[in-house]
Structures are given as C-alpha cells and as structure tokens.
Design a protein around this ligand. Structure first.
Ligand code: GDP
Length: 629
C-alpha cells in the first residue's frame, strides 16, 4: 500500500491495535475460550491474541491450505477458523464503536489512545463536583399528520420572543427554548426514522421523546413504531395529545389506545405523562414544557463543561460563501472558537460559532446546538465530533479513522482505476469495487447510490465507502486511497488540494453530470468492456513571432507564450486566422540555444512541431495534453 510509508503503516497499526497507548501492555489474551478480533490482523498478532506460538498458527493455517508468514495479514474469517482449532471462539471486534480520543505527547511518536463512544459522552469516573446539570434534548415523534411539525413550530413561536435580537431565523436543525428560566433543546427533524438513523451511526442525542398523537385520530401504526423506537433507545416518553381544539377530539380514546401499547396515563394510575395540547391554537405548550422538565429531572442529566467538547453532528450542508456549515449538538464539555475538531475522517478548526438564532457565540457548553464553520468538508449527520488538544492530534486521528474505514472495508492493496478494472476483473483480482461518492446535493447522492447499488455482477460487488455533498476534497482522496476506491464526482469539482492529492496517491477521480453515464461506465467496466477514452486538455497558447531556420532541424516557430504553458511532447494545433492548419506533436522546445521541457507564459521560445515547417508571423500554436478520460 502506497499511501502510508511502511513506518507510518506500522505505527498506525500499533496505534489502532487494542491496548495501544498503554505501551507496557500487550493484547488482551483470549479469556474463557473467547476473544474479540479485528477485521484483519497479522499472523503474529493472532498468536498474541490466542497466546500461542506463531509457528503453531502458521502450521494450523497450512493445514487449512493457507501458506502464511509471520507478518501476513489474514482476515477475520480465517482467523476465527484458526482460533476455533485452539478451542477459542472468536467474535468480531466492534471497530465502529472504537474511536480515538486522546493523544499523549506532542513530540515524536504521537500516540493515540482508543476510547469508545460511550466513554466519550459518559460521566463515569468524573468527580461529582465537576458535573453540572444540563438541559434535556428532545425529539418529537408520532404518526404522519398528527402535528409534529406544527407542534415544533408552536413551541418555537410561543417561546422565542419575536422582538428578540435575531428573532426567529432559519432552522439550523435544533433550537433552544426557555420555560421558567430553564432551557430545553428541541431537535428540529421530527420522526423516529431520523432518530434511529442517528442511533445507527452510534449517536444517542435524545434524552426524551415527545410522542404526538392526534386526539381526533388516536393510536396509528407510526405511533406504535415510534413507541418501540423510543423504548429500544430507553428514552422516556411524554405524550402530547394534539388537536384537542378539533370537534372530533377524543383524548380518552388516545389514552385507551396508548394503554394498550403499555403507556398508561398517570391519571389512570400509570407512569406516562400525557398533556393535552393544540399546536394550532398554541394551547397547552407551557404545560407540556413543564412536564418535559419534570420527566427530564428524573434522569439527572449532567455534563462536565470543563472538558474538551464532544458531541454529534445533527445537520450539515454546503453554503455559498461560507463553505461547509455544520450544526453540532455539544453533549459534553465546551466548544470554543479556535478549537481543533475531528469529525469522522475530517479535521479542522472552528472558525465561528453561531447559536440557533444566528448570533455569534464564543463558546457552547453541554446541550447547546451550535453552527460551526471552518471545517474543510461537509460531515454527515450522526457523525461524532470531538475537540482535541492540537491540530497534529486532529490530523493523526482523522488519518486513523481513514485507516479504520480501510481495515473495515477491504484487505486489498492495489489502487483501482476504471481503465484497468476490466483487466483485473478478467483475472478475478477484483471482488469489491469501492466508491467514494461526492455530489451537489443529497438528492443526487441518493439517486446515484440507488442506481449504483442496483448493478448486479456475479464477480464484483459495489461498495460505497463514503458519500457526501460538496466538492471533492483532500480528505475524500485520502479515504479513497486507503480504501482503494474510485472517486465519483457528480456535478461537483475537485479542489486544488484534492487534485494534488489524487495525483500523489494515484486515485482516479471520475467527473460526471448524468447518472446514466456513471452507471454505464461502471457497469461496462465490471463487465470487462471498458475501453479508455482520451481527451485533450488545453495547456497553453503561443503567438508565432517569426519563423526561424535552424541548420539540420529545419524551420521552427519563434514564438511568445501568451497563456498557460507549452510543453515538449504535447500535441500542438497550429492555427491561422482561427483555422486549424496542422496538428502534430511538439517535437522540441528551445530557449535561446538550450533545449527545454516547458516554457511558461510571458517567455519567448522556439517551437518545433513534428511534420510542419511553414510557419508565418501571426500564427497561433495551442498546446494540449492528451489524457485518459
Ligand atoms: P406532521 O406530519 O406530524 O408533521 O403533521 P403537521 O404538523 O404537518 O400537521 C398535519 C396537519 O394537521 C396540518 O394540516 C396542520 O395544520 C394540522 N394540525 C396540526 N396541529 C393541529 C392542531 O392542534 N389543531 C388542528 N385543528 N389542526 C392541527
């Protein structure tokens, strides 16, 4: 693998290995016949996990027809078979649950300690005096049309004073209201789907669910779903019986229906708080908020504001003039302008913090939604963000995350380009085609993904390693490099750093603006039909000043480069009065007496074009590089 040097690779591996950062300790040895193993590991590492001699592992592998040396990487399945023969049952290590946190030592040999997400947010081990109460974070759920959106609007409108500076501005994905001087955070995306999508990414942001049930409709299928999602997450429920202003409203029927689902109202001797409200007439809102605070108090929600911040991305997009903009919910610690943050495999510095009304903030404490600018890329909702002590640490962790992606998605090392994919498919060398998708909107991403994942091939499976909105950035290339992926840029450009990185890392970026062309190319490639096409990329323009006769060589064009550059070996188009009169290779370039490889704008030179000598003053030579499309 060419992305990291052997040393870096080794260091990433050691950092990544369980127990890294605790230098003196070795791997946790199989206990009671069980062991957790990473997706790939070396023979030597497996020996350590199983606490047996390396040579015995090699022997066991040979029995199974695998010839391996001590440093050879084997995948989990193989390792599990070997473990089994030593009477140890292997289970996959939860790699996604492990995220890197602190880095010890700013100097050489920076080490990263791995902590789990729950460790990042939990208060275990905190001194009680460091823990301060924090506001609850609420998600609104319920059946379609029962008034989730209306209720969110009603809460915002009644509780955010209209005359206040900034007033009610554009939604940022969450907002804060006050009831009796205490704050409550509402997540602006209603529904259990979004809630569970976040949880699927390992993010638990909601402390309490408001279940909206329309009094004129009662318990419906999505009401039941919402209850089970909240229960699965062990999040307490406050019921808002909505639309009580309506003629057909029947709160008792709602209570009956909910009781059948195990939510028995307090006034019937149960445990569930139920508040009658009307989102339309904005009645019952304060009562509901008070109940939310009451139920939240039972959870004793606390955080340590003195720590470096950690939290979850709840919304992110690309904005003209501002670049990537992310709304984060700080869950622990305090986020400040200038902090170094890592989000997924992206790292950057907080340039500015805005609150939910568009006002500038210097810092954001626990349970504060904040709009963050300054990230180089658009993160994904549900991503965990984390402040670290320095840029170097951020860079290390981001790199390590990219490595995690790699380990988790593949065990192959060769870079794929679309052009050589066919050949590799022919040899049976490619099993997974990894893709990094970048597009101009979430809609495009979804459309592309949908079409790509429909492509069926007996030999090659398409895997989307990363998808996102916005231009192709350096971190995309890094990720593509470590996961041997092609980058699909759909209606988006690659920034300059990304292009450099792509050249350096030999990552193939393919630009498209029609979904059909993407799927067609990929399909043809995996069917082994792909033929590379070539395009001419404009490089520069020179005006011919005078023909110059050079003994033995003939006549060359004495010229001045006006734009771009002229390179020896490129293709020249000779134009006279805007008409093409010859096309041929630039066979030589001279500056004074010297042969040179290229000449840039503003300089004079002699251009020799293969097969052409009839230059005249006023001719124009355009030079093109031929590149594989
Ligand atoms: P959602 O799908 O759960 O987000 O529901 P909406 O908030 O979009 O509301 C669905 C419909 O119910 C809309 O036409 C609202 O105007 C109406 N609605 C919401 N709350 C109330 C209410 O308290 N009273 C009445 N009469 N109509 C309501």
């Amino acid at each position: 693998m060419a992305v990291l040097t052997a040393d870096q690779e080794a260091s990433v591996r050691t950092q990544f290995a369980p127990g890294a950062g605790q230098a003196a300790e070795s791997k946790p040895v199989a206990a009671e016949g069980k062991v957790e193993l990473p997706p790939t590991l070396s023979v030597k590492e497996l020996a350590e996990y199983l606490d047996v001699k390396t040579v015995d592992i090699i022997k066991e592998l040979m029995k199974n027809g695998v010839m391996a040396n001590i440093n050879q990487q084997i995948d989990f399945d193989t390792a599990a078979i070997v473990a089994d023969s030593f009477g140890v049952q292997a289970s996959p290590m939860a790699m996604d649950a492990a995220i890197a946190e602190q880095v010890v030592g700013e100097g050489e040999g920076t080490q990263v300690k791995l902590t789990t997400r729950s460790e990042l947010f939990s208060n275990d081990g905190e001194a009680p005096e460091n823990l301060k109460p924090r506001p609850p974070v609420v998600t609104v759920m319920g059946h379609v049309d029962h008034g989730k959106t209306s209720l969110l609007d009603a809460v915002r409108q009644t509780k955010v004073a209209a005359g206040e500076a900034g007033g009610i501005t554009q939604s940022i994905g969450a907002y804060v209201v006050e009831e009796k001087g205490r704050r409550i955070v509402f997540l602006d995306t209603p529904g259990h789907e979004a809630f569970t999508a976040m949880r699927a990414r390992g993010a638990q942001v909601t402390d309490l669910a408001v279940l909206v049930v329309a009094a004129d409709d009662g318990v419906m299928p999505q009401t039941v779903e919402a209850i089970s999602h909240a229960k699965a997450a062990q999040v307490p429920i406050v019921v808002a019986i909505n639309k009580i202003d309506k003629d057909g409203a029947n709160p008792d029927r709602v209570k009956q229906g909910l009781s059948e689902q195990g939510l028995v109202p307090e006034d019937w001797g149960g445990q569930t708080v139920m508040v009658p409200v009307s989102a339309k007439q904005k009645t019952g809102i304060s009562e509901m908020l008070e109940m939310i605070l009451l139920v939240a108090d039972l959870q004793d929600l606390k955080a340590n504001p003195a720590k470096l911040a950690a939290g979850t991305v709840i919304d992110a997009h690309l904005e003209k003039g501002r670049g990537p903009v992310a709304t984060v919910l700080v869950q622990n610690g305090t986020l400040r302008v200038g902090d170094n943050v890592v989000v997924g495999h992206i790292f950057g510095k907080v340039r500015a913090l805005l609150d939910d009304r568009g006002r500038k903030m210097k810092e954001a404490g626990p349970a504060t939604p904040a709009v963050v600018t300054g990230l180089p890329d658009v993160p994904t909702a549900g991503d965990i963000f984390q402040v670290v002590s320095s840029e170097k640490v951020a860079r290390t962790i981001a790199g390590q995350r990219a490595e995690q992606y790699r380990v988790a998605t593949l065990a192959q090392t060769r870079r794929v380009t679309l052009a050589d994919l066919s050949a590799q498919v022919g040899k049976g060398a490619v099993k997974d085609l990894n893709l990094v998708l970048k597009a101009d909107s979430n809609g495009s991403v979804e459309a592309l993904k949908g079409s790509l994942l429909k492509i069926q091939d007996p030999q090659v499976q398409i895997k989307i390693v990363f998808e996102g909105v916005g231009p192709v950035t350096e971190s995309d290339i890094l990720l593509a490099a470590v996961s041997n992926a092609l980058v699909i840029a759909f209606n988006v450009k690659s920034d300059a750093l990304a292009q450099k990185a792509a050249e350096r890392e030999k990552v193939d970026i393919r630009s498209y603006d029609v979904v059909y062309n993407v799927t067609n190319d990929i399909e043809r490639a995996i069917k082994g039909l792909y033929e590379p096409t070539f395009v001419q990329v404009w490089e520069g323009r020179a005006d011919v000043l005078t023909p110059i006769k050079i003994p033995k060589l003939g006549i060359i064009a004495g010229s001045r480069v006006q734009d771009g550059k002229i390179t020896s070996g490129s293709t020249a188009k000779v134009l006279r009065d805007n008409k093409l009169i010859h096309e041929g290779q630039i066979a030589g370039l001279k500056r004074f007496k010297d042969d040179v490889r290229e000449v840039v704008a503003g300089l004079e030179c002699g251009i020799r074009v293969d097969g052409y000598q009839d230059f005249q003053e006023g001719d124009v030579i355009e030079s093109y590089q031929v590149k594989q499309a």
